[in-house]
Design a protein around this ligand. Sequence first.
Ligand SMILES: Nc1ncnc2c1ncn2[C@@H]1O[C@H](COP(=O)(O)OP(=O)(O)OP(=O)(O)O)[C@@H](O)[C@H]1O
Length: 666
Amino acid sequence: MGTLDDERRHVERCRAGLRRMLEGARENVIVGETVAGDRYSAERLGRHLKSLAKELSEEPDGPPFFGRLDFGAGEHRGRAYHIGRRHITGEHGGPPVVIDWRAPVARAFYRAGARDPQGVALRRRFGWSGTTLTGFEDERLDRGEEGGGTILAAEIERPRVGPMRDIVATIQPEQDDLVRAELDASICVQGGPGTGKTAVGLHRAAYLLYAHRRRLERSGVLVLGPNPAFLGYISAVLPALGEMDVEQTTLERLLASVPVTAADTEDAALVKHDARMARVLRKALYGRIARPAEPVVVPDGSTRWRVPEDELRRIVDDTRREPLPYGVGRERVRARVVAAIRRQAEARGRTATAAWLRRAGRAVTPALDAVWPAVRPEEVLYEVLRDPVAAAGVLTEAERAAITWPRPPRSPASARWSAADLVLLDEVACLIERPRGYGHVIVDEAQDLSAMECRAVARRSEHGSLTVLGDLAQGTTPWAATSWPEHLARLGKPDGRVVALTTGFRVPAAVIELAGTLLPALGARVPPTRSYRSDGLLRVRRVTEVDKGVVAAAREALAFEGSIGVIAADAAVAALTSALREEGVDVGGRLTVLPASTAKGLEYDHVVVAEPAAIAEAERRGLNRLYVVLTRAVSRLDVVHARPLPPPLTSPPLTSPPLTSPREPF
Ligand SMILES: Nc1ncnc2c1ncn2[C@@H]1O[C@H](COP(=O)(O)OP(=O)(O)OP(=O)(O)O)[C@@H](O)[C@H]1O
């Protein structure tokens, strides 16, 4: 089975293996470009080898493995495997010294149990302190032993600092099920705060790239998150798992064809995000196609070729009936007109050379512009927002008024566009030309997407699959989803499987309980979350001046290790930051003051929530926002309020003892 010394010797073998891989990768960087078949492969291979070399050289002493499986039965009987973040080759072509956590054999590490040992006699989890192997814990599954270890609990309960880390060492069975779901399966994960949805999504990306590398390397994997702060928080996870090529962005950035320099009223935004806008825009775009009013005449030396008006009309009508993007339709009309001319020319004994065809194609452009004009998305949306005639019969008078510019800009070029306009511009752009699709798209905080945003995502995953992550209770946009099956249909995957995660790994039980008192008022029916953590501190303090109360709470929080998030209503952030600074509290290091609107998806070891009533009344779904804010804490939550708590948030018996020592358990 191996003693600690044996395992430490194995660590040395792994490090030697990594050094060999690093040398090999460096050499291959040099020869890579000469061995690859084409420029595309050469570039990819070169990039891959360079990033491998960089990664290996950056982390030569990191823990090379976190687990081990000894098989007592089945296909792997008598074998032992160390499991780590990456595969490490053995010496002289011998068996690998570490198996990648995504390999099929590693699955038993996450899935085997005393009731279903899957051939595993022993599962070992290793404890590390920095780069030193400090110990291990065994579960003899063949003897019916399972669980009870402290390494797993310590990992889940460790104080948080800095950006999100991977969870490969401690993925739970129900999470593993989702991580390793088949590529073609679209899945939707409903999970309360801290149930690991984001972690599952990122690990699923890494797994799919491992299991379907060839297919996904060309088609690509896209991760969509709610805001740049969230992206910064998660950005290190996939690179730590050796995956550099996943595009991680927000939907707004993905669709950013023009800068956002305007803001909509809520009424306008509501209409612009409604699915009916798709019909309005389609009508506006295809309304540009005109009924041919004259024949096409193409001069050719002394001859003039003619396509009569009725034939042109037939060509346009036939093409309109085909399910083609607008831009492709235009080119199809051009090609058909040129073909008609060519038939006439050939009937008169002319040979249609390539150059002749090109000239003819250019010559029909004016006629084409008259019946099927080239158009840019901004021109179409400009017309709609200036005077939404295309919305007649689709939107009500009041809705049309809500989206009409009060003072229309002079031209599309001088228009200022809002975030909702970006989505509409994308809708038009994709009607004109199909967008790039991805093999797999992972959408986090998906409950917040509007119908029009769902369409933008659906267009990019039409020929691929989706992982949809979210929590209906955390929906904060006015158009937030209330049913996953409906939302999946909007995302183009009506048959997607909806799965619930119900164990919370972030938020302590007492905090979940407090936040849970809001649930009946949140307009969403979701399965309850059971916290894995019974530790943690919750204090609700009524004070006379919130700023002073927050300063006091922040000072106390700084006595503990870990990150601190002070979360306030957006409008209160600037004043609160000044108040903290004036009192000598160091803002910007370990302690961050953040507006409630950017807290989604983030977590801090200690959270101080300032004046819940102000957060709740700041927006239409303010209670949902408050629910998000209250569930960011990993170890300790302070709620500081001068005004009454917004109902139904009522204090349970919330009189926790005052803090005396930073080390004191709660
Ligand atoms: N199996 C696990 N082992 C260790 N830590 C875990 C595990 N699953 C989740 N976590 C940790 O729990 C925390 C919450 O996870 P994550 O952010 O993925 O949850 P979430 O469901 O996306 O939350 P929210 O809905 O609040 O955004 C993270 O720190 C994550 O690393």
